[in-house]
Design a protein around this ligand. Structure first.
Ligand code: FES
Ligand SMILES: [Fe+2]
Length: 360
């Protein structure tokens, strides 16, 4: 596992090739990275009213996100205190949560309520059998959970990211569509690829016609980076321009370790990267538009998704080819372009720090 990260970009080498396929590495990342970082789990509108809930899994940890009778949002363990049954499944609305194995019930704030046919059990105190609670936070209509109760607050981790959103009020846009992609590569192969525009000219000829590659740049902060590019007007515009020329820029945000936020003049999308195995990854795109039900916006959505799909298919093709090549006997590490790959270097530095120290 040894790898010495060099914070000097011009001297640094990429993380070792075997980190991209070793099952022990993924287990370590789940424990040290995914169990200590804020993970996007859903949207506030899914848990708007008391009793609304949905279930999710972070680093193999089953979770219920539920709005309590007191209107407080909580992230509770979805593991029943009796014999580990599921306390909730899918999503819905409940007054109490009932385990589907033997019917124990819990209040919406996680207190054990009903334990049928359990009289006579010695030294058993319901009050000591609440569902464990994890940290939950909302930002811009998105819900995040962190399994680490000692973690930094979400807004501190985001730093000035909210104020960087050019002319965009994310909360003014509504969820329009979700699309899942299953990819035969390590989650880091996909993230590395996202974090540089270096591959745009060769891998994405269509996108390259829309962006001003010469002025494409990447800035890194503590736990996030932003890639911006002015949109370049052309004869067959596939990205829509805004009436405000200052807003005609794409902003590709990435929050360590696995959340991407693609902000365009007329829409934004999240893309969550979920490791399913050492060489299997799920990416979940969700698009947000102003007034997504209107017919005109539906047509814009269709065209936006079509263009995004084209880019995604091009990325998948190159990521899967790279993933196969990472197994080569001849390749163990590489170097970074100083002009174009500072975002990848930043990611590798955060990863290395987390794997050594637990929480970055
Ligand atoms: S495991 Fe939940 S009631 Fe038995
Ligand atoms: Fe790409």
């Amino acid at each position: 596992m040894s790898y010495q990260f060099d914070s000097r970009l011009a001297f640094a080498a990429t993380i070792p090739a075997f980190w991209y396929f070793d099952p022990a590495m993924l287990a370590r990342e789940q424990e040290m990275v995914f169990a200590h970082t804020w993970q996007l789990v859903g949207r506030s509108e899914q848990v708007a009213a008391p009793g609304d809930y949905f279930t999710t899994i972070i680093a193999d940890e089953p979770i219920i996100v539920v709005r309590g009778a007191d209107e407080k949002l909580r992230a509770l363990s979805n593991v029943c205190r009796h014999r580990a049954g599921p306390v909730a499944e899918g999503a819905g609305q409940r007054k109490v949560l009932q385990c589907s194995y033997h019917g124990w019930t819990y209040t919406l704030d996680g207190r054990l309520h009903g334990t049928p046919e359990f009289e006579g059990v010695a030294c058993f105190d319901k009050a000591e059998n609440c569902l464990p609670e994890f940290r939950v936070a909302e930002w811009a209509g998105l819900v995040f959970v962190n399994l680490d109760n000692e973690c930094e607050p979400l807004l501190d981790v985001l730093e000035d990211l909210p104020s960087r959103l050019l002319h965009q009020d994310l909360t003014a846009m509504k969820f329009a569509l979700r699309k899942d992609w299953y990819i035969d590569c390590n989650w880091k192969t996909y993230v590395d690829n996202y974090l540089e525009g270096y591959h745009i000219p060769l891998v994405h000829p269509g996108l390259n016609r829309e962006l001003d590659y010469a002025n494409y740049r990447t800035e890194t902060r503590r736990f996030y980076s932003i890639q911006h590019s002015p949109i370049k007007p052309n004869d067959h515009m596939r990205l829509r321009l805004s009436e405000d020329p200052a807003a005609n820029e794409t902003q590709f945000f990435w929050l360590f370790p696995n959340l991407m936020l693609n902000v365009y003049p007329d829409n934004y999308s999240t893309n969550l990267i979920v490791p399913l195995g050492p060489e299997r990854t799920l990416t979940i795109f969700e698009w947000y538009f102003r007034d997504p039900e209107s017919e005109a916006v539906q047509e814009k959505l269709r065209r936006t998704v079509e263009f995004s799909d084209e880019i995604q298919i091009e990325d998948i093709r190159i990521c899967e080819a790279v993933q196969r090549n990472l197994h080569s006997r001849t390749y163990s590490t590489g170097r970074y372009s100083v002009q174009r790959e500072n975002g990848v270097h930043h990611f590798h530095g955060l990863l290395q720090a987390s794997l050594n120290l637990g929480c970055p």
